[in-house]
Design a protein around this ligand. Structure first.
Ligand SMILES: Cc1cc2nc3c(=O)[nH]c(=O)nc-3n(C[C@H](O)[C@H](O)[C@H](O)COP(=O)(O)O)c2cc1C
Length: 338
């Protein structure tokens, strides 16, 4: 791969919240793909420790950063949402506290870390940072990839001077990378989006979203992607950090579909449809990461006690195909007939 420098055109998606582990990233790289660490929600020290641990096993790695937004959430809307959540929080014995209104996920410190201790690839999600920050990341030699969800976002990213794009289709598990969390996430096949982005920009593309097997990989490569990023298919692997409640839900016949909802974190994300998504999909404010902080303890408690109805069960549309076993087997199975 020109952009990635790997034998196989597979990227192990960065999955924040503990799902991506050093072992998972190392396994994907070890199998010939490219493993990404997820910096989101981590402290800079924690991220530095993960980078150091992964580097002991491979020098081919990427780090994914959440780009902060400077939008201020409405405290009254957050309080109203907290009131609606109170009965379920009480049932779990959780006290909902006022979430921080501002949280940049330690952006400056993480950029500082990656400029003083650079990695080959840095991918960005949730928007675009100032041009100066892209330059700083590129200066020591990192290639910077922006995650985009429309051709218009791809053009903006190209104009900013990034080196490549992660084109995320709406079938992807987890948060949408959309620059505008209020927009309706239209149902477009990832391959169509890849073609639209390729027509709109000259940048190399990593395609993400909805991969269920090798046929999807072939289709995305044929659409013009240089590589394919997979998340959901890695969730149940040996090296994944996904919790037991999440792993089990992916194969529980009770959960029959995925939905895009901002109920859990205030930003649209694709998850298994459960009671929490049904009950709060409409009334949650679009206010990330404040809603993430507001609901975090409630979700963590539900996960701990095995209540899958009140946890964010991030999943892409290919979730029924997520296997157990080594992550390397997923990489091999996806590429064996290329
Ligand atoms: C549990 C989970 C966590 C995720 N966390 C991140 C993240 O921290 N950063 C990011 O850029 N994408 C994240 N994603 C999205 C992936 O990068 C990727 O777009 C998606 O997994 C691809 O679709 P698929 O899940 O259908 O394979 C996450 C996805 C999942 C399933």
């Amino acid at each position: 791969m020109t952009l990635l420098g790997t034998d196989l055109p597979i990227v192990g998606a960065p999955m924040a919240g503990g799902t991506t582990t050093v072992d998972l990233a190392a396994a994907v790289t070890g199998a010939g793909g490219l493993g990404f660490l997820a910096a989101g929600y981590r402290t800079p020290d924690d991220l530095a420790a993960q980078v150091a641990a992964l580097r002991e096993r491979t020098h081919q790695l990427g780090v994914n950063l959440f780009v902060p937004s400077d939008e201020r959430p409405d405290p009254a809307a957050l309080r109203a949402y907290a009131e609606r959540l109170r009965p379920v929080a009480d049932a779990f014995g959780v006290t909902l506290t006022d979430p921080p209104l501002v949280d940049d996920d330690h952006w400056d410190a993480k950029v500082d870390l990656l400029t003083s201790d650079p990695v080959p690839l840095v991918s960005l999600t949730f928007g675009l940072p100032p041009r100066e920050d892209v330059r700083r990341l590129q200066q020591p030699g990192s290639s910077v990839l922006a995650t985009v969800t429309t051709a218009a976002e791809a053009r903006e990213a190209e104009a900013l001077g990034v080196d490549g794009l992660v084109v995320q289709g709406p079938s992807a598990g987890g948060h949408s990378a959309t620059f505008d969390p209020r927009r309706t996430i239209e149902d477009v096949p990832t391959a169509d989006l890849v073609r639209a982005v390729r027509a709109a920009t000259r940048l190399p593309v990593v395609a993400a979203g909805g991969v269920a097997g090798p046929a999807d990989v072939r289709e995305l490569l044929a659409a013009g992607a240089e590589a394919v990023q997979v998340g959901t298919l890695l969730l149940r692997t040996d090296e994944s950090g996904a919790n037991r409640t999440h792993r089990d839900a992916l194969v529980d016949p009770r959960f029959t579909e995925t939905v895009v909802t901002h109920a859990f974190t205030g930003r649209p994300a694709r998850a298994l449809r459960n009671a929490f998504a049904d009950e709060h999909g409409e009334d949650a404010p679009v206010a990330y990461p404040a809603v993430h902080h507001l609901t975090r303890e409630l979700r963590a408690t539900a996960a701990r006690v095995g209540d899958a109805e009140h946890v964010h069960l991030w999943a892409g549309t290919g979730y029924r195909h997520a296997p157990t076993g080594p992550a390397a087997d997923v990489v091999r199975a996806l590429t064996e007939d290329l």
